[in-house]
Ligand binder design. Structure first.
Ligand SMILES: *Cc1c(COP(=O)(O)O)cnc(C)c1O
Length: 322
């Protein structure tokens, strides 16, 4: 495996600490894409917003560009900063609102704006805007009764919705089917539903699952004497790692020497981990990867796997293996 460090300024990312290493497996992302393509059998619009969920858009783009129809970002600036059109020759769909509404900038960056009101659709008409239909999200989306106006205003040939369940999908189809539009609805959560695949799919998480390994080392390991830490937690032996809530860490699952353990208490820049008798200073603590999935970490953190993945990938220096 070839390992290469990313650009020198990258460990200045907010929340990153030199004590944590983040390894991104680009071949895994490519395998995930191939699996999605095989399963869905339709075009893939890869969601690379928020620096590709924290995995690093600069390295993710060339790894997957061949296998996707285009990309989804949140706003125009993300596509411009990552030079998506210049580097891949492929267009992007901006899912959210953008500060600048200069139609020439959309054209220059190969970005098609999502639109949900008729006035804005008309202003951005030359940039080939895409109608976003509200099926329940109630955010950045067109109410059903305004669909005709927006389609007309933007001369839209494509429509999508941010659906997270089959009922929203059905609602979407009733609103847009039979109008000759290219349509799409499925992010990762609806990929397994054949009727959600339509003309394209928009996976984010499903591309990145299993591709990041986040690890650090114990800087202390000791037998616990009475109540420890801020909270007075009980343990027979505990260790300390150099990642804390300022780095995005929360209490939850980890692996110490390959064994399930717990981050029992999190401070500003360090955290306590419960240990067994044989664990020593310098031993590895895995915060994500190997047998510890985004799903498991997210469940312990009481959040989504997308948030867990983003936080964990932002914790340290990223290194890439191809
Ligand atoms: C972020 C986003 C996606 C991707 O979501 P995942 O659940 O991570 O696959 C798809 N569609 C829209 C509109 C989004 O904002």
């Amino acid at each position: 495996m070839l390992a290469s460090p990313e650009t020198p300024d990258s460990n200045a990312r907010m929340g990153a600490t030199a004590a944590v290493s983040v390894q991104i497996d680009l071949a895994c992302i490519r395998r995930n894409l191939e699996d999605i393509r095989r399963q869905a059998g339709v075009a893939v619009l890869a969601v690379v917003k928020a620096d590709a969920y924290g995995l690093g858009i600069d390295r993710v783009l060339p790894a997957i560009a061949d296998g996707v129809e285009g990309f989804c970002i949140f706003n125009l600036a993300e596509a411009r900063d990552a030079r998506i059109l210049e580097r891949t020759g492929k267009s992007s769909l901006a899912l959210g609102p953008t500060a600048s509404e200069n139609v020439d900038e959309y054209l220059a960056q190969g970005v098609r704006p999502a639109v949900w009101d008729a006035g804005r659709a008309a202003e951005l008409r030359r940039a080939d805007p895409v109608l976003c239909v509200d099926t329940g999200m109630q955010r950045f989306a067109c109410p059903p009764e305004q669909i005709d106006d927006v389609l007309r205003g933007g001369n839209c040939k494509e429509a999508f919705t941010h659906a997270t369940n089959p009922r929203q999908l059905e609602n979407f189809l009733q609103l847009v089917r039979g109008r000759g539009l290219k349509i799409h609805a499925a992010g990762s959560s609806l990929l397994s539903l054949p009727e959600a695949r339509l003309d394209a799919v928009r996976p984010g998480l499903a591309l990145y699952r299993g591709a990041a390994r986040v690890s650090t080392a114990l800087v202390e390991a000791r037998n616990t004497k009475g109540p420890a830490g801020y909270t007075g937690f009980a343990a027979s032996r505990h260790g300390v790692i150099l990642a804390g809530y300022s780095n995005g860490l929360r209490p939850g699952s980890c692996l110490v020497n390959g064994r399930r353990a717990k981050v029992v208490e999190v401070g500003m820049q360090s955290a306590f981990v419960n240990l067994c008798e044989t664990d020593r200073t310098g031993d590895e603590v895995v915060l994500l990867g190997d047998s510890l999935t985004e799903m498991e970490v997210a469940a312990g953190w009481n959040t989504s796997p997308q948030e867990a993945l983003f936080r964990l990938c932002s914790m340290g220096m990223r290194r890439y293996v191809a």
